[in-house]
Design a protein around this ligand. Sequence first.
Ligand code: PEP
Ligand code: MG
Length: 588
Amino acid sequence: MDTENGEEVFQGIAASPGISYGQIFLIKQIEIEVPSYQIDLSRKDEEVQRFEQVLLTTRQQITKIQQEIATNLSEDEARIFDAHLLVLEDQVLIEESIREMEKTGLNIEAAFYAVGQRYITAFDQIDDEYLRERASDIRDVVRRVVHNFAGRNQENIIQLLEERILVSHDISPSDSATIDHSKILGIVTDLGSKTSHAVIVARSMKIPAVVGLRDATSRLQSGDWVLIDGYEGLVIVRPSEDTLNLYGKLELEHKSFEKKLLTGAQLPSETQDGKKIKLLANIESADEAMAAQETGADGVGLFRTEFLFLGASGFPDEDEQFLAYKRVAEIFKSQPVIIRTLDLGGDKSSANLTYFPEQESNPFLGFRAIRFCLKHTDVFKSQLRAVLRASVFGNIKVMYPMISGPEELIHANALLDEAKEELRERGETFDEEMSVGSMIEIPSAAVIGDLLAKECDFFSIGTNDLIQYLIAIDRLNDRIAHLYEPTHLGVLRTIKSIIDTGHAHKIQVGVCGEMAGDPILVPLLIGLGADELSVSPSGIPAVKYLIQNMKFSETVKLAESALACHDAKGIYAQAKDFYEQHMGNANS
Ligand code: PEP
Ligand code: MG
């Protein structure tokens, strides 16, 4: 978009927060020239040998980079290269390349390159952000292998002499690993998403990033001055004096706000009149656990385990899952870690998982989560055994998603007992008293909470799904997004009833949907009686600050007044007023 003052503004995805201003360093895609010639097929064994040698060299290079990164950055970032090693060892890719050579009579690097390109195109077209990202891994490995065939090492392709904003079509993990990060002011890419590897690294290094701009590389030139706003996902080319002044002020405000929020991060999450509210983190991978702890989380309230499944080509085995759960348990030690069993389906796209049933016409109401697990007991029990085995390394609890009534809960618990028995037979130890929770995210479960409370140790309200099912609003449909109102009186009454039922049966009730991470709605949830809130790690400082700066008695009054009001907008306005009164001093 052009503006009157000569600025150009591009909107992308806000991937890593922060503001930066500087000159661009545009990375042109380095086209690789792949030698292509016919070979005498009687020499094909020599070609295969050459291939094996290059794969070995590539493996050694990647392992070396991985070790360097583990030493200089962290084990988590080094793990990014595990995906590269997997591509290198992919027998299907290797065998297909050899078959391609036999079929076409072309030299092995040309055959390998052709097969690699087919993989990249296939992954690029997948309608799943995570799997699409795997195309970058393959592209990176193919590029490295082809360079090695030519005897060229492709280390340090990007050499920055001055501080610059990097603009690139995509930034591969190898690139981001070999660039001198101290020289990077910001990152802008055509491709990418919040889960891109380069973005993961940028976030952990606090480098502002805007991704998914589609054509930034064709519209920007090396040397252009740009301002990037990683909070809103904006790239402003040739910003005017006014814009620079405005952003200068905004940056100071953001910094002082964030600093203020962090002042109480390691202090207890407790209101001024002494009510303790456990503040837990929602995580999707073991890697996120450490960051969650640094922001002051009291544990994990929701470990969405789907990531282990969405990234895999088959169901991950028990050991693989056990290691992930154990890692998180060890980070949080005696603090609780609630592991939610598999919730594939619905918004957790399963269309690309060949081992998952085909797409349904109404996936949100379909064969998902506990419904799938109670049919595929082998998959479910292997997850339960992994959770149980990890329970000796910390304070693990298990929780089932999408429970609609007591039969499912009783059935799931029976399978948990079987999993325990199987471990006993194997001589493995686990926490015999591990707590079991039920998510309350289906209206029927909310209505018969009294029956569910008898079969479990805690409730966790999943407001994301609960609201969509209560008001009949598809949570992904932006045309009706304005009707998705957490302050709808029907929602608030339902939440209150779930909490009251839980408390009447002496069990704790937490909230783990996005509502719990919205500081405007947090006082309402606390006033309604929620014992715990589980929110995304980046949301923890603001929620904790708010809790520390308000009184529980005031939130009870707010909730009472909300329950007496019948329009959602009016309730929201009351909640917003409350927020502004109590958060005001953080903004000043
Ligand atoms: C929810 O539904 O509120 C919830 C926390 O689960 P998910 O968003 O993973 O469905
Ligand atoms: Mg849910």
